[in-house]
Design a protein around this ligand. Structure first.
Ligand code: NAX
Length: 331
């Protein structure tokens, strides 16, 4: 039997945590033959509820689950973790200033960065989900200088999967037959869901999504805003934000990162930008990536038209502003 992999989930008493912990314990994230140990972190006000989650995980008797640590101590939580999924943070509430929210997240991510840096296993891979996801990941990177920047990512896979889902609904094909959409930029309403390189498998072979949909007006307008606004639409319908789809996307993200993307397929991940596609280096920006041997690589050489360029710049601009705001919170 393989050695267990230790997975930290912060904010584990929350909505996404409740959906995610059992998925990890069932092998959805790391594979059906990979034993896991779960470290669940939350804050003091949620400690009772966190205990309840641990009780249920014990009650579920998962064969792959070799241990559960539920704690409010960030050092204990980070000890020897191989994968860290960061759900904990301070989301914006009505009436709050952006700066106040950012300032709370800066202090949370600063502290957790140090704890991970000092106590996590070597080569620990980090996925930040908590909003503002890209900028929280960037703060974590800044305050954990000994963690390689390639190991710090944020979640845009939910947006990616939403785009696959909408195209498959529109074409009445299975979602597995659609691939290579791209989410560029920020996990926010400025993100750019791009179908210019996406394909769909049909009886007569692969076809471009543009040709198959045959409605550029829908693809260039309604489709983009459906994806950008999907989170809000879920809140309106459910009175709660996306949880099961977010948990599932977090599993997909880590799964593909560690175990690889299928040949000819890319996925979207928020990663540390090296200047690819002319995007300002030093942001955590969502790109199309392929993964192999536990490493992501930005897909290079895709042709970018003028409309796409503008949308990619626009979402980069928002990230530059968030970065500035985060910096200003340090003073
Ligand atoms: P919840 O509010 O249900 O859960 C958050 C949990 O984090 C709470 O239990 C809270 O006590 C805990 N927490 C707060 N500060 C903490 C700290 N310093 N250390 C440890 N735990 C802490 O939110 P939920 O719906 O689970 O969403 C979690 C985060 O994901 C939110 O920030 C949300 O905005 C973000 N999302 C990001 C998505 C993405 O695609 N990147 C999509 C889904 C989701 O909206």
């Amino acid at each position: 039997e393989k050695e267990p992999v230790t997975v930290l989930v912060t904010g584990a008493a929350g909505q996404i945590g409740y959906a995610l912990a059992p998925m990890i314990a069932r092998g959805v994230m790391l594979g059906p033959d990979q034993p896991v140990i779960l470290h669940l972190l939350d804050i003091e006000p949620a400690s009772e509820s966190l205990k309840g989650v641990k009780m249920e995980l014990v009650d579920a008797a998962f064969p792959l689950l070799k241990g559960v640590v539920a704690t409010t101590d960030v050092v204990e939580a980070c000890k020897d973790v191989n994968v860290a999924v960061m759900l904990g943070g301070f989301p914006r509430k009505e009436g709050m200033e952006r700066k106040d929210v950012m300032s709370k997240n800066v202090s949370i991510y600063k502290a957790q960065a140090s704890a991970l840096e000092q106590h996590a296993a070597e080569d620990c891979k980090v996925l930040v989900v908590a909003n503002p996801a890209n900028t929280n990941a960037l703060i974590l990177k800044e305050y954990a200088p000994s963690i390689p920047e390639k190991n710090i990512t944020c979640l845009t896979r939910l947006d990616h999967n939403r785009a696959l889902g909408q195209i498959s609904e529109r074409l009445s094909v299975h979602v597995g037959d659609v691939k290579n959409v791209i989410i560029w930029g920020n996990h926010s309403s400025t993100q750019y869901p791009d179908v210019n390189h996406a394909t769909v498998t049909t009886n007569s072979g692969n076809k471009s999504v543009r040709a198959a949909v045959n409605d550029d007006n829908w693809l260039n307008n309604e489709f983009i805003s459906i994806i950008q606004q999907r989170g809000a639409a879920i809140i309106k319908a459910r009175k709660l934000s996306s949880a099961l789809s977010a948990a599932s996307a977090a599993c997909d993200h880590v799964h593909d990162w560690l175990l690889g993307t299928p040949k000819g397929t890319w996925v979207s991940m928020g990663v540390y930008c090296d200047g690819s596609y002319g995007i300002q280096p030093g942001l955590i920006y969502s790109f199309p990536v392929t993964c192999e041997n536990g490493q992501w690589k930005i897909v290079q050489g895709l042709e970018i038209d003028k409309v796409s360029r503008e949308k990619m710049e626009n979402t980069a601009q928002e990230l530059i502003e968030e970065k500035e705001l985060a910096k200003s919170c340090l003073n």
